[in-house]
Design a protein around this ligand. Structure first.
Ligand code: DQA
Length: 145
């Protein structure tokens, strides 16, 4: 089972970006922990981060036939990118939206996700563990298949 982990804009700055909100782990550290958990669960993971909407969309377009699941942290694109949402809906690869922070408990504009309706579910508010929980959900679903 192959899982594509997509990180959107500004997530490359994790570790020094508003650590009181996003924590002190760098993106590389989070990816290492995600990779370690994935291997325990028997999942293969690839990672991609971009600050560019189109690059994320291109990766989603390339996912069918390669990846069985996508874990997507769209960053601020969450709140307005109909193009990203349409890409998720178009390819038919089941996708879990994740956020480090609890987007419901922050500024009003963050409480709405235009991506979530195209996803299987959304996990938010647990820092790096939001990604871990997404992997557990995929592992559980795989066992049901
Ligand atoms: C985020 C939440 C978004 O609102 C924000 O724009 C981000 C990070 C999160 O992981 O908590 O860039 O997606």
């Amino acid at each position: 089972m192959k899982v594509l982990i997509l990180h959107g804009p500004n997530l490359n700055l994790l570790g020094r970006r508003e650590p009181e909100i996003y924590g002190t782990k760098t993106l590389d550290q989070i990816n290492e922990q995600v990779e370690a958990l994935a291997s325990q669960l028997g999942l293969a993971v690839d990672f991609f981060q971009s600050n560019h909407e189109g690059d994320l969309i291109d990766r989603i377009h390339q996912a069918p036939g390669v990846y069985q699941w996508i874990v997507l942290n769209p960053g601020a694109l969450t709140h307005y990118s109909y193009a990203l949402r349409d890409a998720v809906a178009a390819v038919g690869v089941p996708t879990i939206e994740v956020h480090l922070s609890n987007i419901q408990g922050r500024e009003e504009f963050r409480s709405h996700s235009v991506i979530a309706p195209a996803c299987v579910g959304q996990i938010a508010g647990f820092g790096a563990a939001s990604y871990f929980l997404a992997l557990y959900a995929i592992f559980e679903r795989a066992g049901e298949a």
